[in-house]
Design a protein around this ligand. Sequence first.
Ligand SMILES: [Zn+2]
Length: 114
Amino acid sequence: MRHNGSTPLRRNAMDYDEDKNKRDLWLQNTMTETMCFEDFVRIASQKLETCQDYCESREECGEDACLCVRRRFPSPEHYKLYKIVNSRFNRMLTAATMAKAVALATNGDRDVED
Ligand SMILES: [Zn+2]
């Protein structure tokens, strides 16, 4: 996507301050805030889609605490946990895919039961 040198929409200074204040509050948050277990599992099994394009909040607050992340996770601890669970989930998925490929390669016949 090209912007042809035009300035992207800028938020005003108050928005920046507010965003940073909210980020600071969020960073101080601990696991005392709760998150629905089902929501967490659902999110952890997906690739987190944040900051697809330019994210002003990311520029200001850092990629681990931008608005997109804060909207999804009640605290940095939740986000950390998400990253661990998500990477394990992806490894399991890779392993399962490989196991399936191996099974297909070794049982070339159609009599494989699911
Ligand atoms: Zn973002």
